[in-house]
Write a protein that binds this ligand. Structure first.
Ligand code: HEM
Length: 329
């Protein structure tokens, strides 16, 4: 794994003050994230981003719960061996058990069928050009945009990995009972700072969690004290079985907005790890800030997502462009 501080030098810096106009050269430099480039497919597959966006719009019109699983796939892919679409592999030439089978992935990661569908369209348009890892990075942006986040540029140029190992997952994905120290430490290893962490958990503004990921909080008086009593009632009412689900944000389940930060501050959040961020001086201030200023959060979100999507990417002649996302060529 590369040194996190090396990764941090490859990501864009804070936005320039409003009156400052960067030169074309500076813009080009800023757009090169870890060797990635905005408009990467302009010459080789000009409709690529359009096909991906339309795939998301179509799927969302049919089922509004389809947006949320996609950025989660990005997290689970990028944190384990980098953004190389290794999470999509059903098997690899080595025959080892793949990432997908790990407990932290298992039945709760979704969206693979949509990936397959869009990948087939991309192959029909321009065969062997668009990687599965770029598809995931663009589709995650589109999932957020369809949920209300303003459009932002995503650089492309990732290539797909050839290996996927269940054994690599352990210790590389955050779990809902992680302490703030553990969260900060893991994100730091991936080149993401404390602010990025709080910015990105705002993704829990959409989607659902299974009861087994939060119901345990009510069994321990110390943990239960961090659950709003009304939410505790909803948890008990809904969780008649461990596989039942509850929306992270019951008021605006399909909308990416900053309501989640306000709920977090009021202990109305499902995950213990999310609520603990509001109890720690290193992260609490960001929750308050994003709860007050949605525009600021959106701005930070686009940058943090591009940081996430550029972890340990394969570029140039490394890896391959898979024809199907579920298997290496
Ligand atoms: C910081 C540590 C994080 C932890 C501990 C965490 C944990 C979880 C858990 C336990 C679930 C519920 C899974 C289920 O029961 O089905 C979940 C769902 C989700 N997570 Fe996270 N997550 C974290 C960060 C992130 C980040 C960084 C993103 C995206 C950028 C993200 C996006 C999502 C989304 C959108 C869902 C809903 C998925 C769906 O509806 O299928 N999470 N997360």
């Amino acid at each position: 794994m590369p040194n996190p501080s090396d990764q941090q030098t490859t990501v864009p810096v804070e936005p320039a003050p409003a009156q400052y106009h960067p030169t074309p050269k500076e813009i080009k430099e800023q757009r090169k994230l870890a060797g990635l480039q905005v408009g990467f497919y302009d010459d080789t597959c000009p409709n690529a981003e359009k096909i991906i966006k339309e795939g998301m719009l179509r799927a969302f019109a049919n089922d509004s719960s389809i947006a949320a699983p996609i950025p989660r796939l990005l997290l689970h892919d990028c944190f384990v061996n980098g953004c190389d679409a290794s999470l999509f592999l059903d098997q690899t030439p080595s025959g080892a058990r793949v990432e997908k089978l790990a407990t932290s992935n298992g039945a709760t990661v979704r969206g693979f069928d949509l990936i397959d569908e869009i990948k087939a369209e991309l192959e029909a348009e321009c065969s062997g050009i668009v990687s599965c890892s770029d598809l995931l990075a663009y589709l995650s942006r589109d999932a957020f945009v369809v949920s209300g986040v303003p459009h932002y540029d995503v650089p492309g140029g990732r290539r797909d990995g050839m290996e996927s190992l269940e054994a690599n997952v352990v210790g590389n994905l955050p779990l809902p009972d992680f302490t703030v120290d553990m969260l900060i430490d893991l994100f730091k290893k991936k080149g993401l700072n404390e602010e990025d962490l709080v910015v990105l958990i705002g993704a829990h503004s959409i989607g659902v969690a299974h009861c087994f990921n939060f119901l345990y909080r009510l069994d321990n008086p110390q943990k239960a004290a961090l659950v709003d009593p009304r939410l505790a009632g909803v948890m008990k009412f809904t969780c008649t079985g461990p596989l039942n689900t509850l929306a992270f944000d019951t008021t605006t389940q399909y909308k990416m907005d900053n309501v989640y930060y306000k709920q977090l501050a009021a202990k109305r959040a499902l995950l213990e790890s999310d609520v603990l961020l509001n109890e720690d001086p290193r992260t609490k201030g960001y929750i308050q800030k994003f709860g007050e200023d949605e525009k600021l959060w959106f701005n930070k979100l686009s940058k943090a997502m591009n940081k996430l999507a550029s972890i340990q990417v394969l570029t140039g002649d490394k890896g391959q462009i898979r024809k199907q996302c579920r298997s290496v060529n």
